[in-house]
Ligand binder design. Structure first.
Ligand SMILES: Cc1cc2nc3c(=O)[nH]c(=O)nc-3n(C[C@H](O)[C@H](O)[C@H](O)COP(=O)(O)OP(=O)(O)OC[C@H]3O[C@@H](n4cnc5c(N)ncnc54)[C@H](O)[C@@H]3O)c2cc1C
Length: 565
């Protein structure tokens, strides 16, 4: 655990099986499904070459398109912005091209095993990510209420931080059967996972993260709740998540999604880009050497979708920004759901009304980041008076919240993520330009490190993003509010279309919004695989009996259903 505050996760015995993002809502082994030599399924030869639209060229869309292509279908990918979506790696104008910044996802837990399948497939390398107090992080400074603490390990922080850690462990244990669930997930004990989770979903769907803390005897001190909110667990302060459903937080802590993070060397966007170019070794119908790029005119996806409507025979007609109109028997939609309400003119008949409600109720977290390139990792120089690192990974209640130091060797230029924020903390940056943001950030950090000339090391312009202001995203990632469980269930289970009226089938929702673990790329992959199964099934295909897909096992592991009345 990279946590500033050790949690019950650390009680886990090293001899136990590894923790993976296996449930708790839908305990299906996507990693085993992907690793199985029988593959993901087959479609009848009469359907080979059939066009299927895939809207969105982010990770979910590219994974879905890649797997559909391998089955012998012809995915037609539409992308409004750039391949990669929220896996967006950018460079700095005029700087060494090896210097990059991760504007979206930047750190991935080893529990993301379906994601890891694709990272390995395209031969990408990962390395430990310098989170607060992570083993690979030389030092961390926690600066709260104007007081700074320097630490290389959690034991060097004042006692109150350990008290807060203890409170979090107790609170999780008492309120959410933490150890039991962690063990059940490791052992892939499906009945046990479902038993614990069914009870908790019913009990906690109406509860916020903050309410959950307040209800716990362990967190009766406001001061402890405040410190916890600002320093938190794993990647840092989670107080911006306090209004969200506690179920969202439990999914993260049970599956250790916020722990042991690794970054992708050279940037995460390479993953969808490499899949786009990849020529699968095993492919049906298409000749050897076919790739997604090869199936698209000039090797690029089609432009933004502007209209989606149903036409005769329950087919879906897609209009794009170039004016092109094409009709498909199946469409996989992976962009953020709000696109269906604003940027794309949609026919009401696309989804049942309950699904539209769920789409409308989707709640996003905002998020801003700003990176600057610097001449070298000067932070590793030692302060002549204290002997400490000149500057450290920094968690603070000041405007910057989280500052990450990213180096690639002592003698090379490096990158600082001056600030990474969520929700209200992100909105505070929204109207400011990149340079204005940098000025405020340098001022905040100057108060923590009065003797360090950060600006003197900057070698290029800052790059920044506020995802809520990106026209094709409108938010960073979904976070369910209390009472949203039913909406989430409707969206996630939408790929099981035999249950829908015949005139509501054919569009398959996938991607971050549809997943149980929004904000984690693993969910984008898992829901892509659900959609692939859904399309295969609709076109009359089947999986190999030795490798049942998510839809084949659905009835046995379906997410808990809460009553509507
Ligand atoms: C700030 C931030 C930090 C994150 N950190 C992490 C992390 O550390 N670890 C982790 O695992 N995950 C992280 N995530 C989540 C991860 O990035 C996502 O889960 C994943 O990238 C989502 O992939 P997707 O394909 O579902 O969606 P997207 O990447 O959003 O892809 C959807 C695509 O649809 C396109 N699109 C939109 N409208 C249209 C249209 N009309 N027509 C055609 N295309 C359209 C968009 O341009 C986009 O490319 C983070 C995300 C953000 C924003």
């Amino acid at each position: 655990m990279t946590s500033t505050v050790p949690t019950a996760v650390q009680h886990a015995d090293a001899q136990q099986p590894p923790i993976t993002m296996f449930g708790p809502d839908f305990p299906y082994a996507y990693d085993d499904f992907l690793a199985h030599p029988a593959g993901l399924g087959q479609i009848p030869a009469t359907e080979h070459g059939t066009e299927v639209a895939v809207i969105g060229g982010g990770l979910s869309g590219i994974v879905a398109a890649y797997e559909l292509m391998k089955m012998g279908l012809k995915p037609v990918v539409y992308e409004a912005d750039r391949i990669g979506g929220r896996l967006r790696t950018v460079g700095f104008d005029g700087c060494d091209p090896s210097l990059t910044a991760e504007m979206g996802a930047m750190r991935f837990p080893p529990s993301s095993t379906a994601l890891q399948h694709y990272i390995d497939l395209v031969d990408l390398e990962t390395r430990p990510f310098p989170n607060p107090l992570a083993e690979c992080t030389p030092s961390t400074v926690v600066d709260l209420k104007g007081e700074s603490h320097y630490a290389e390990t959690v034991d060097e922080l004042p006692q109150v931080y350990r008290d807060v850690a203890e409170a979090w462990s107790k609170c999780l244990e008492e309120g959410a059967d933490f150890s039991d669930m962690n063990r059940a997930l490791r052992e892939r004990d499906v009945p046990r996972i479902r038993e614990i989770w069914a009870r908790l979903v019913e009990k906690l769907d109406n509860q916020t993260f903050y309410g959950f803390l307040c209800d716990s005897e362990a967190f009766k001190s406001f001061r402890h709740r405040e410190i916890f909110g600002q320093v938190g667990f794993g990647t840092g302060g989670w107080d911006t998540d306090f209004p969200n459903s506690i179920l969202e937080i439990l999914r993260v802590v049970y599956t250790e999604a916020d722990d042991h993070h690794r970054g992708i060397v050279g940037g995460s966007q390479q993953l969808p880009l490499r899949l786009w170019e990849r020529e699968p070794g095993k492919i049906v119908h298409w000749s050897y050497g076919t790739s997604l790029a090869a199936l698209h005119l000039n090797g690029v996806p089609r432009p933004a979708v502007t209209r989606l409507h149903r036409t005769a025979g329950n087919r879906i007609t897609v209009t794009d920004a170039g004016g092109d109109i094409r009709t498909y028997p199946a469409v996989v939609f992976t962009a953020q759901s709000w696109m269906l309400l604003s940027k794309i003119a949609c026919d009401d008949a696309l989804f049942p009304i309950d699904h539209w409600t769920a789409i409308e109720r989707t709640h996003y977290m905002e998020s801003s980041k700003l990176f600057v390139p610097v001449d070298r990792p000067f932070w590793l120089d030692k302060d002549p008076v204290t002997g400490r690192d000149l500057m450290s990974m920094t968690l603070t209640d000041r405007m910057t919240r989280g500052t990450y130091l990213l180096d690639d060797g002592l003698d090379r230029p490096a990158v600082i993520c001056l600030s990474y924020t969520w929700c209200d903390d992100s909105l505070k940056w929204l109207p400011l330009s990149a340079n204005e943001r940098m000025e405020v950030m340098l001022k905040s950090l100057g108060e923590i490190y009065p003797n360090v000339d950060i600006r003197g090391h900057v070698i290029g312009n800052p790059v920044t993003v506020s995802w809520e202001n990106e026209p094709y995203f409108m938010g960073a990632f979904k976070a369910n509010l209390p009472g949203h469980y039913r909406y989430q269930r409707r969206l996630f289970t939408h790929f099981m279309q035999d249950r829908l009226p015949a005139d509501k089938r054919g569009v398959f929702l996938a991607g971050d919004d549809i997943s149980w673990t929004a904000g984690w790329a693993e969910g984008a992959v898992q829901t892509a695989l659900n959609a692939v199964w859904g399309v295969m099934h609709q076109l009359g295909g089947t999986t190999d009996p030795t490798n049942p897909g998510p839809g084949d096992l659905f009835d046995e592991i379906a997410p808990v259903e809460l009553p509507e009345d």
